[in-house]
Design a protein around this ligand. Sequence first.
Ligand code: SF4
Ligand code: ZN
Ligand code: ZN
Length: 316
Amino acid sequence: MTIKCTMCGRRAVVKLRYARLSLCPEHFIEFIEKRFKKTIHKVKVLREVNKVVVAVSGGKDSVTLLHLMHKVSKELGFKIIGLTIDLGIGEYSIKSVNKAIKNYETLGISYKIVNLRKEYGFSIDDIAKYRKRAGIRKPICSVCGAIKRYIMNKLALDIGVDAVVTGHNLDDIVYYIFSTLYTGRIEDLARISIYTPSKYKLVAKVKPLAYISGKETLLYVMLRRLPFNYDVCPYARLRTFHEQIRKTSNMLEEKIPGLKITYAKMFLEKINPVIYPYYVREKELKECKICKMPTTSEICAFCKIKLAMEKVLRDD
Ligand code: SF4
Ligand code: ZN
Ligand code: ZN
């Protein structure tokens, strides 16, 4: 039996149980764009910015983000600069960077590609290979995350933008909440938010896909036939805990449609504003002795990784 679009009666391609809607391609795209705009309007800061960096890996989430931000930027009158980091993860990075460039060029957005190996002397593949010898204890994805955050902030500071916008989606937010509850680190929990204001040399950060799931971004890029890298990073399979949480939350969503979005909304809009002032202790930031970027210790996390990698690559 053909399911009909709740809005227009044409053939539906998706049933959103949590929203009690069946939608045709056109109305699904409209639904996602409306939800995105609603989030943008909640983050008042995006109504006051002149220039933002949009981080684009080339995957489904960041490609969705770029296209939605491009639409909103026309309405709100701010400029977008795309940032893609070539992490040096074999074929995966080559494909990702190419897809990101295709999207920038279609939309006429100016962009910067930062090649980790060319600019800093090592890649994520090098870290995967030499991490233990270099004395880096953190898992590869934590190291990669720290590197990405550093480069995004550095570029944003160098070119003087008002915010860095990233493609963290609803599943990422739900994962952060679940995993941080698990560790009991209330301060980390209190820091989970759609908008993080700027501080010292840390540029403000915005996550406007917070209420759009990974399944929805996938359908959005597919229905709009946008170029994106369908492949999954080869190191993602190492995130076993992350994978278990993702599977569990999807299982719960099957049983209770709307659980993920309600959970994220209640946390971000009701619980977070209450716990933030009590539990977030702003640590004093100072300049890293090597790169002058913000840090709480003498040398920032990025420079520590870079020094360790330089040593191990020199000795190899
Ligand atoms: Fe980096 Fe891990 Fe994501 Fe791969 S899966 S891009 S290593 S954070
Ligand atoms: Zn329709
Ligand atoms: Zn540094």
